[in-house]
Design a protein around this ligand. Sequence first.
Ligand code: ADP
Ligand code: MG
Length: 255
Amino acid sequence: MSLQVQGLVKHFDGVKAVNGVTFTVEPGECVALIGPNGAGKSTTFACIAGQHPLTAGQVLWNGERIEALRPAQRLQRGIARTFQVAQTFEALTVLQNVQLLTQIPRGLAAYNLLDSCDSGQARALLEQVGLHHLADAQAQGLPYGGKKRLELAMALAGHDTGLLLLDEPAAGLAAEERAQLMELVKSLTQRQAGRAGMAVLYTEHNMDAVFGVADRVLVLIDGVIAAQGTPDEVASDPAVRQRYLGQWWEKPLHA
Ligand code: ADP
Ligand code: MG
């Protein structure tokens, strides 16, 4: 169940957003895709999740070519994503947001049954992301960090999620909350009772959320992978320091 991205190219008219990117993510592995603004992180992501057609290249999941599949078809194969800006249903409660996803096999009719259908799976997911005490609160009233957690629970509610794609999971959060959320992301990579670990790929634009979280880091600059390795390896790479981190950059203290 690995993700293989081979020679991914995505151009928007004259803009060469992604220019030949190749990498893999294995189950149980948490991989960070980092790089400056405009490097092509979100575009790479959207190509894997199915929001953009590729200009060239291949995306394989579990050995199957998926680049021509619609997002819903990718979801059926266990590929779930979250967005840079959290996307939740504001008028529903926290629990109903997750139930909407757990009840998808019942179709749109599920919308009218949210309060009468079994909520066990949805509650377990809320417990996993630390939101169970807010199950009955309206999503609209959640602080932003809560919405990011809710979005994670919704992504996990899909059919047997094996690949989790997170576009800046901690964007917009203060340092402490960001560290807590990244801790949760890391734990999700392994802790899936009764099934193999998930493959997690997340984008980030600073190294804070990488040390202590990512097993491996891909550094994307100008649409190509400029370096890859462990967080320590990429942080000490002279080219990465020169082109992205800055000469005076220092490893975060907690790492
Ligand atoms: P990142 O997520 O690393 O900040 P993006 O993938 O959002 O970078 O953007 C990479 C480049 O592609 C940027 O130059 C951006 O302006 C351009 N781009 C992204 N999406 C589109 C689009 N839908 N249409 C045209 N250009 C785009
Ligand atoms: Mg982005």
